[in-house]
Write a protein that binds this ligand. Sequence first.
Ligand code: 6PG
Length: 250
Amino acid sequence: MSEVAMNFGQTMNLMDRNIRVLESGEALVTGVTEWIIACLQQAIDQRGRATIALAGGNTPKAIYRALADVSFPWEKLHIFWGDERYVPPTDPASNEGMVRQNWLDRVPVPSANIHPWPTQAGSPELCADQYEQTLVDFFGLGAGEYPNFDLVLLGMGDDGHTASLFPQDRALQATGLTAVGAKGSEPRLTMTAATINGANCVAFVITGAAKQAALKQVWAADGDDQLYPARRIRPTGQLWWWLDKLAAAN
Ligand code: 6PG
């Protein structure tokens, strides 16, 4: 990781990265939640609506729970997922189910504003194709165009994956908006890096010492994005890194 000492709780702009390192998990949840709300409110003020693509996994759960306690014009927010497991929303592994349980079931967001992966489409490939069409229709995309989400939230695994773009996985070769990959033998559905990179703002939220080594590889000046797919995330808009001090430790 860079030689620059990490100032806890300060916003740093390091090699065009916006980095915030928070002292504790609680401070991180509060900081990220407030920042997300400000980001989405600015989009609504400017364009009358906001669009967000969410991360799954464990890290963001507390953030989703905190968002449920915020007074916000939820009817102006459209919710997507950056990736999903190929399971029904009732399955404990479902990212959709996790977000609904921790957040969406607790706020008055219209069901038409919630855009989950159609994981009962019959096959992972059909699911990915249908979600690609959802993105094309919602954003009014022409050939070769990508969605411009107001915000994409991402986590990162200790292997440097993000969304469901896993090291050396076939999904890394996909050229469309969505892809079918795998985590071992488990099929995974994901937005491609190109789709994520079309966003106005992308924010990683990463905690824990287990992520240190991968983060160092992702941030290295040179590296292999087949081995560390999070390296592929280079949005045309802003890129933010929200870290706790364990993940950020040199
Ligand atoms: C998923 C996520 C995945 C996650 C990382 C980190 O579907 O699991 O989208 O990319 O963000 O694996 O997961 P944790 O937050 O649980 O460490």
